[in-house]
Design a protein. Structure first.
Length: 117
């Protein structure tokens, strides 16, 4: 275990439930995105109608990709309660889903959130 930027990193370090949910959505995206691409490539060669048994897993995989992407981009910062991966400039957001910290207040990713008062 090593100490980096105010927190411990190690294989047995418990993860806060907030970050566990965040990691779960990244896992859903990581599994469903390649599946949806694979199903789409196979479906390209076959007749894709709602009666085709291949169309339902493709539809579910695409829905999982969309839902996971929305959950990741709408993840709220535990400190400022704004979107962790988006900063708004006028009417348009500037998203960065791979940022190391909150784009609004700078709270680092994976750090233990402060306790509620």
């Amino acid at each position: 275990m090593r100490y980096v930027r105010g927190m411990f990193e190690g294989p047995h370090q418990p993860i806060h439930p907030l970050w566990r949910a965040y990691r779960r959505w990244w896992s859903v995206l990581g599994i469903s995105a390649p599946l949806s691409v694979g199903f789409a490539l196979v479906a390209k060669e076959s007749d894709l109608t709602l009666g085709n048994p291949l169309s339902w897993p493709l539809l579910v995989a695409f829905l999982c990709v969309g839902l996971a992407a929305l959950q990741i981009l709408n993840f709220r910062c535990p400190v400022c309660r704004r979107q962790f991966h988006s900063r708004w400039h006028g009417p348009f957001p500037l998203p960065n889903p791979l940022s190391r910290g909150c784009l609004n207040c700078g709270f680092p990713k994976w750090r233990e959130p402060p306790r509620e008062r």
